[in-house]
Design a protein around this ligand. Structure first.
Ligand SMILES: [Zn+2]
Length: 289
């Protein structure tokens, strides 16, 4: 377990998740007598054992609630166990409850939350709607220590995969801008190392997306292309062929967003840039958000 600030610790919970990660970071917030847990890992035996061990290390505080940042199984899978173990309510944003897998839904009573903030062990935690990676992604802002628990909107060592229909790139970029404005001093991501330079890190995330957008529009400037062909050009040296499907999904995320802006048109699986798309391209990357 890693202590991040007074009253805030995190457990690296072994979970099946996207490489290169092999664990979900779960956060305890509160005091030695009461805590909330943010995310619960995938519910595997090794995962729940880690939660149990770390909870004992914390002094076996009363667990008042488990919040999940989003519905993906590597964050909600441990909910059923946590509910049985501690009898606590399980909270997840309404938009994401609808997307829970059938098994997770029957195994664990996830419920929507109506609160904007919780105070636990004297620490106030603000709940921040942060859609993009999923429609109901919720992040947790702890003003007293200027810390942000960002779920899968931020990963410690890589960028984030935004895959439609769950993910929405336009919403994600807007969320990143809002999160950046919080002025966090550190970010606890859903996977990977703690981010110690949030302003710069989020700036790089945004720049990376702008650059990808520009590259894709650039390619379409020449000819109509399928998402697969675009992915093969963009990720030729970055992804092994067997992971090209992931690249293709990331490209689809961009294309769906471009389409909503009227920047591209689809015809029999191929995408073509429109006059508006050309205009957006020439206006420069700062307007490509
Ligand atoms: Zn995750």
């Amino acid at each position: 377990m890693e202590q991040l600030a007074e009253g805030i610790a995190r457990s690296r919970v072994p979970s099946v998740t996207l490489p290169p990660y092999a664990a979900t970071e779960c956060y305890w917030v509160g005091s030695p007598s009461e805590v909330i847990l943010v995310d619960a890992g995938d519910g595997s035996e090794a995962g729940v054992q880690q939660l149990e061990d770390d909870w004992e290390t914390l002094g076996s505080p009363a667990v008042r609630a488990v919040f999940a940042t989003h519905h993906h199984g590597d964050h909600t899978g441990g909910g059923a166990w946590a509910h049985r173990r501690w009898g606590c309510p399980l909270y997840l944003a309404e938009a994401d409850i609808a997307r829970l897998g059938a098994r997770t839904r029957t195994d664990a009573p996830w419920q929507p939350f109506a609160m904007d903030s919780v105070t636990i062990g004297g620490i106030r935690v603000d709940l921040v709607a942060a859609p993009g990676h999923t429609p109901g992604q919720c992040n947790f802002w702890i003003p007293s220590v200027r810390g942000l628990l960002a779920g899968d909107n931020v990963l410690g060592n890589t960028t984030v995969v935004i895959v439609p229909p769950d993910g929405h790139l336009g919403e994600y970029m807007e969320t990143l801008i809002r999160l950046k404005r919080l002025g966090a001093e550190w970010i606890g991501p859903g996977h990977g190392d703690v981010v110690q330079n949030p302003d710069q890190y989020l700036g790089e995330y945004l720049a990376h997306r702008h650059e990808r957008s520009r590259q894709i529009l650039d390619l379409l400037h020449g000819e109509a292309m399928t998402p697969r062909t675009i992915a093969e050009v963009l990720y030729r040296d970055k992804l092994p062929l067997e992971q090209m499907a992931v690249g293709e999904w990331m490209v689809r995320g961009h294309l769906e967003w471009f389409q909503a802006q009227g920047w591209v048109q689809e015809e029999r699986g191929r995408y073509r840039i429109t006059a508006d798309g050309r205009h957006a391209m020439w206006k420069g990357r700062d307007d490509l958000k």
